[in-house]
Design a protein around this ligand. Structure first.
Ligand code: SF4
Length: 231
């Protein structure tokens, strides 16, 4: 399905206007620190926002940067994650920290002057433990303000409903590929605007275009939507 430049423009304008008014104030939206963005994204993968709000500051207080996480004992990481579930996420995060900040880290602490930075390029990020295509795009966009797409379940659902008129929950591999291409075509070229666009799509999927009963009557992009505007 092809979209015209005008359709894309209208959709983006309505979405961003709504986001400016309706966005929740979430702690990970107030930072561009790549490590902090990454921690929030990993926590949010399988956990509700309200729970992440509680655990996120606690985890960061204990491990404020990649180096401190890289130095930590597995048991300490597990303790800090306890209650969030899906512990494999914490194990991968720990592995990632060791890989990125690990040069010069010993059991006794950090030795030397190693650089502890996450890469900016999604193609590099995706090579790190526990990072999939979505998380790579999210870190590149939310930390580094790169104009790249970040398509999670919420975003895929919104784009599928708006542009394909499809309200099915499960999307085929082919449809997933088309959604990523569409997201890449929609993403504003300016990094700050791209940050807002990705956040706004997720917010719409979380608050309005929810999985079970989408709130079409209050949806800002209803005029552009092939599903919500149908009689
Ligand atoms: S109009 Fe309805 S289906 Fe379309 S994006 Fe909005 S909430 Fe989702």
């Amino acid at each position: 399905m092809r979209t015209t430049a005008a359709q894309r423009r209208h959709f983006t304008r309505r979405l961003l206007t709504w986001f400016a008014r309706a966005a929740r104030d979430l702690p990970w939206r107030r930072t561009r620190d790549p490590y902090r963005v990454l921690v929030s994204e990993v926590m949010l993968q399988q956990t509700q926002v309200s729970r992440v709000r509680e655990y996120y500051p606690r985890f960061l207080e204990r491990f404020p940067d990649l180096r401190s996480l890289a130095r930590a004992k597995p048991r300490a990481v597990r303790e800090a994650w306890d209650g969030l579930g899906y512990y494999a996420r914490a194990r991968n995060l720990h592995q990632l920290a060791k890989r990125v900040a690990g040069r010069g880290v010993t059991d006794k602490g950090v030795a030397g002057d190693s650089v502890a930075e996450l890469p900016e390029d999604p193609e590099e990020l995706i090579k790190l433990p526990g990072i999939g295509r979505y998380t790579a795009g999210a870190v590149a966009s939310f930390a580094y303000e790169k104009p790249v797409p970040a398509v999670d379940t919420n975003v895929a659902r919104v784009l599928s409903r708006v542009f394909f008129g499809n309200s099915r929950q499960r999307l085929s591999g082919n449809r997933q590929r088309r959604i990523w291409s569409l997201a890449a075509a929609l993403i504003p070229k300016d990094g700050k605007r791209a940050w807002k666009f990705n956040q706004a799509l997720m917010e719409l999927g979380a608050l309005v275009c929810v999985a079970r009963k989408p709130k079409c009557a209050q949806c800002p992009v209803r005029p552009d939507c092939k599903t919500g505007r149908a009689p």
